[in-house]
Design a protein. Structure first.
Ligand SMILES: [Cu+2]
Length: 282
């Protein structure tokens, strides 16, 4: 089973609310309107993040650029009470839910050479960035040092306007419903979790000639060797009633959209309970 602490956290139901749920009624006056997200570019290497350490509060576009040789992801959590990313990691591996952290999703799994962008409204404070993807031994990348800290400064000013999605993914136990046109090119996805459990989104492009059986086998141990798929983005887990937006590029081909979070009852990943849908990009 992949992702030991990520999965355990999800199992314990402590993955926090989604990114960013600012009101976006479009009626903010000129003094409060703030439409341009601040770009936070994070480069993933094997196994470290290269990122700015400070960003102004407000709407941010967190772009995970994978320059490594493994799939990477970027889970974001807000840390309160002066806690550090090391404290957070210890809480995770000790399976200790705590009130001083809350998970905000983050850019989902992406293959080498690709990128994915999540939009979030960040309040001032300290945030951890962690890669939960497993290596070939099942050990999460965070255990090889893939963690970093982001400080958000200043004050959140005005109403942030979320990007306009053109594809909608609605998740619940146990299905993923899609609305929108899956065409080649860049798309903004909105993910809504109707619960009751936490759910994530991983979008996989099936490489030409690869079979369902090969993909199913790979999902048991999803490292890069002989991968029959490429990961093109998604969202790290969000809680019930949470929502989040991310932007990703699609090429023509056959795709799987999955939730990989393990079930609270039997520990099997949610895609094995039916949270998997196939789409074709033309
Ligand atoms: Cu990683």
């Amino acid at each position: 089973m992949r992702c030991l602490s990520y999965c355990t956290l999800a199992f314990l139901g402590v993955l926090g609310c989604a990114a960013a749920s600012p009101s976006s009624n479009g009626t903010a006056d000129a003094s409060t309107a703030s439409t341009k997200p601040t770009l936070v570019r994070v480069v993933a290497h094997d196994f470290a993040f290269d990122s700015a350490h400070s960003v102004p509060a407000g709407l941010v576009a967190i772009r995970l650029v994978n320059q490594g040789h493994a799939i990477h992801m970027l889970g974001i959590a807000r840390l309160d009470s002066g806690k550090t990313v090391a404290d957070f990691y210890q809480a995770m591996i000790g399976h200790k839910p705590a009130s001083w952290f809350s998970e905000l999703g983050g850019p989902g799994a992406v293959s080498p050479g690709d990128s994915v962008t999540q939009y979030a409204v960040l309040e001032p404070g300290t945030y951890s960035m962690i890669c939960w993807w497993p290596d070939s031994t099942g050990k999460e990348h965070v255990m090889s040092g893939m963690m970093s800290t982001l400080t958000v400064t200043g004050q959140t000013a005005g109403a942030a306007v979320e990007p306009t999605p053109d594809i909608y993914l609605r998740e619940r136990d146990y299905q993923i419903a899609t609305t929108g046109a899956f065409t080649a090119g860049r798309h903004v996805f909105r993910v809504d979790n109707d619960g009751p459990q936490d759910h994530d989104v991983t979008i996989l492009r099936v490489l030409p000639g690869k079979t369902d059986a090969q993909v199913d086998k790979w999902l048991e141990k999803p490292d890069m060797r002989d991968a029959p798929v490429e990961a093109v983005g998604g969202i790290v887990g969000i809680a019930r009633w949470g929502h989040s937006e991310f932007a990703a590029d699609l090429k023509p081909g056959n795709y799987l959209i999955l939730c990989m979070i393990p079930d609270a009852k039997d520990g099997k990943p949610h895609f094995m309970h039916g949270m998997s849908t196939k789409v074709t990009v033309t």
